[in-house]
Design a protein around this ligand. Structure first.
Ligand code: ADP
Ligand code: ZN
Ligand code: ZN
Length: 740
């Protein structure tokens, strides 16, 4: 018997022989020769072949070269290997791409540099004040978006690893859109510090004890939903469960949807378990992530790792507990680049492979998770119904913006809100204000009655597509319907339509104009760059540096600020009418989460929501706080219409610089898939231009596939889909997409 290996580099796979019996295995970094050059390759598969098979190959003139040396051993266990391979299959990526996505970024080709890396490195950070991006090149814009997706900043060497050359970085810095400065690489744990602050376990409440019992009674490989309002003691339950697993010698993995939620979780876990707690997320340096990964591989004693979605791959074994905190959060899903995985689903799958137990925690569980509860599904429920502090959830006050308009008040900020904000500073209280993220503003609404321009065929808002600076067309993202004629409101006949929405910046300007003296602070991706950006900004706000914190979705998550008595939603409509079938579910989750931010301390809180649609079910359920009622109704609706999660979907995204090539590739692709769809009872919608049809100079098209629940995707195996693509056009497959 001999062993064959495929060593891949830049996504291409080559086969080599392990003729020196190095015992190389999946994930190992090896030295090979390719066209005479010495290169590092990543081992992505291992095959056993009989002696005859090899001689056959040699005779067919494919002389296989041997592997020269083992550079670095990844030493993954067979279960991990099989699991990651199965994930590759479900995500439609090659084993190479999958394992590359799973391994820490610094693993590949960096073996030497990682060890002698300096303590202080170049850090590129977006300039939150920059406003003029017109002079930027496409590559510079891409870099800017890349940095944004990484929380506003990144190490220069990581940036270059991701394919941006130094001239792009220099150009961006020169334009004023970013800064470049030396920054210290933070180390994972400062051991001396944490050893002293170990805090004791709390006596659990009855409900918490019940939750622990339910967990204990569960079989390995299964999952429970821990459903409790904010402040009901979920984190305390995680800590108890982790303590039990650690006592048994098993590792624990704690996942949070966003980097901004990591610090407080790490603080709680370090406070309880000290130096065995490690972080793993994009705010860590490559070196730190590689170190944590290695530690996970070789640690004799159990560890706790707290991280974002990529941490789901850390090769901890034996793995006892996986917590998926805020399980409803869509940030668990990676949309691009491929593999488009959802860390929540992977956690559940991983638990089955590794015999671990999963705890999905949320105050507002996703419809999918709720649907999987016993007895319909396999998921057991543990509920925490009351807050530890006994503070009731704050009441919700709805400001009807139509009435404001009728009274001649056309401004972004209603009169009741202005009044409420005026009184804030003298009472020493604070507010948080949610301004829906940019890009959610692409729909038209009637300024007189609030009616949103909807697709005549679907129950979704039409999106505005700018054709040039002043003209737009309206499109249904779901069925492809399009129109460009200006019409009158079907509800009231008015012709006063306006694209909706206002960015954080515009809101800040308006606020400071209308409420002089009110101190404002901005909290969004642009202002919280860097590893401790969130924490720093929040602690400045907590220290009273501002009266109002204005921010995007990030605001609603996890922060605990005792002086915040008011949570404001500036334009709920911007969230309600997204052209997305799951917009309502996600909006109610977000608003309830935000409501949980007000009145955490001794002072009673209030939630104030400005909207043109006070009668909207989401607003109604926000007011009455009956989330499960909402889920029931929503589930009925989706079941009747055969929508997700009572069906499956998949989006194929194409992008290319040439508009015609991309469009024709989309149509070729659709013809390729159509027979498979027909056979499998799937429906194909499109090809159609993507919601944002052009990004950074690339034209984007998409195909939406829609089929029966639990069926497999009607796509050919392997790389067939990519084989027929013209040069310069890329394709990504997103199974079970978050946005539909
Ligand atoms: P959640 O994660 O659901 O928001 P936490 O676990 O953070 O809730 O609990 C909210 C607050 O109540 C925290 O300050 C926590 O320390 C405290 N707490 C939680 N459980 C208990 C308990 N059993 N006894 C006393 N205090 C508790
Ligand atoms: Zn439609
Ligand atoms: Zn109208």
């Amino acid at each position: 018997m001999d062993v064959l290996l495929e060593a891949g580099r830049d996504g291409r796979c080559f086969t080599y022989l392990d003729n020196k019996n190095l015992g190389v295995d999946l994930g190992d970094l090896v030295l090979v020769r390719l066209k005479g050059r010495a290169l590092h390759g990543l081992v992505v598969a291992r095959r056993r072949h009989s002696y005859e098979a090899i001689t056959d190959m040699k005779e067919s003139s494919r002389t296989l070269l041997g592997i020269e040396a083992l550079v670095q051993s990844a030493a993954v266990d067979p279960i991990w290997r099989d699991w990651v391979n199965s994930v590759a299959v479900s995500c439609y990526v090659s084993p190479y791409k999958m394992i590359k996505a799973a391994l820490p970024a610094g693993w590949l080709g960096q073996a030497k540099k990682l060890t002698d890396e300096a303590k202080s490195l170049w850090w590129i950070q977006l300039n939150p004040e920059a406003t003029n991006f017109e002079a930027l090149t496409d590559r510079q814009t891409e870099l800017m978006n890349f940095l944004k997706s990484r929380g506003g900043g990144g190490w220069q060497k990581d940036i270059s690893l991701d394919g941006f050359c130094s001239s792009v970085v220099k150009g961006l810095v020169k334009s004023g859109a970013a800064f470049r400065h030396k920054k210290k690489v933070l180390e994972n744990t400062s051991r001396a510090e944490v050893d002293e602050i170990l805090e004791n376990k709390k006596e659990l409440t009855k409900e918490q004890e019940d939750a622990v019992e339910i967990y204990e009674a569960q079989q390995q490989g299964s999952a429970i939903l821990l459903w409790g309002v904010t402040g009901s003691g979920k984190t305390e339950v995680y800590l108890h469960l982790a303590a039990r697993e650690l006592e048994e010698g098993r590792h624990c993995l704690i996942l949070a949807p966003e980097i901004g939620l990591i610090p407080q979780l790490v603080d709680r876990f370090r406070g309880r378990f000290g130096k065995i707690v490690f972080e793993y997320h994009s705010g860590c340096s490559d070196r730190e992530r590689v170190r944590t990964w290695r530690l996970a591989l070789k640690s004799q004693s159990p560890l706790v790792i707290v991280g974002t979605r990529s941490a789901v791959f850390i090769p901890l074994s034996p793995l006892g507990l996986i917590v998926v905190d805020e399980e409803h959060d869509t940030s668990y899903k990676q949309e691009s680049p491929m593999p488009c995985y959802n860390a929540r689903e992977l956690a559940v799958e991983r638990a089955k492979w590794f015999g671990s137990k999963v705890v999905l925690g949320s105050a507002t569980p996703s419809l999918l998770t709720w649907k999987n509860l016993c007895p319909q599904g396999p998921l057991r429920l543990a509920r925490l119904t009351s807050r530890i502090s006994r503070q009731p959830l704050p009441p919700v006050r709805v400001v009807d913006m139509r009435q404001e308009l009728a009274a001649g008040h056309r401004r972004l900020i209603s009169r009741p809100l202005i009044q409420r904000l005026r009184g804030l500073p003298e009472r020493g209280e604070q507010a948080v204000m949610l301004v829906p993220r940019r890009g959610y503003s692409g729909f038209l609404s009637c300024r007189s009655c609030g009616e949103v321009v909807q697709c005549p065929h679907c129950d979704v808002a039409l999106t505005v597509h700018l054709t040039n600076k002043s003209n737009y067309s309206l499109r249904c993202h779901w069925c492809g319907y399009r129109t460009n004629k200006e019409s009158t409101c079907t509800n009231c006949g008015s012709s006063a339509f306006k694209p909706f929405g206002a960015g954080t910046q515009r809101v800040m300007e308006t606020l400071s104009r209308e409420l002089e003296g009110l101190r404002l602070m901005r909290f969004d991706r642009d202002s919280t760059g860097g590893r401790d950006g969130h924490r720093r900004l929040l602690s400045r706000f907590a220290a009273g540096e501002a009266d109002v914190l204005v921010g995007t979705q990030m605001l609603s998550k996890g922060m605990d600020l005792p002086r915040v008595t008011l949570a404001i939603v500036l334009a709920a409509d911007g969230l309600l009418h997204r052209p997305d079938l799951q917009a309502e579910e996600q909006t109610l989750q977000l608003l309830l989460q935000l409501a949980g931010r007000a009145g955490r301390g001794d002072l009673p809180g209030e939630v104030l929501v400005q909207t043109y649609c006070p009668e909207h079910p989401v607003i109604q359920h926000l007011v009455d706080g009956r989330y499960e009622e909402f889920l029931k109704k929503e589930a009925d609706l989706r079941r009747e219409s055969g929508l997700v999660p009572y069906s499956r979907a998949c989006i194929l995204r194409l992008a290319g610089e040439s508009a015609t090539l991309t469009a024709s590739a989309a149509s070729v692709l659709s013809e390729q898939i159509r027979p498979l769809c027909n056979q499998a009872g799937w429906e194909m919608i499109g090809p159609a231009p993507a919601m944002i049809p052009k990004v950074a100079g690339r034209n984007r098209w998409q195909l939406l596939l829609h089929g029966p629940e639990l069926s497999s995707l009607p796509l050919p195996d392997g790389s067939t889909l990519w084989d027929s693509l013209p040069r310069g056009v890329t394709l990504s497959v997103d199974p079970d997409p978050i946005q539909l």
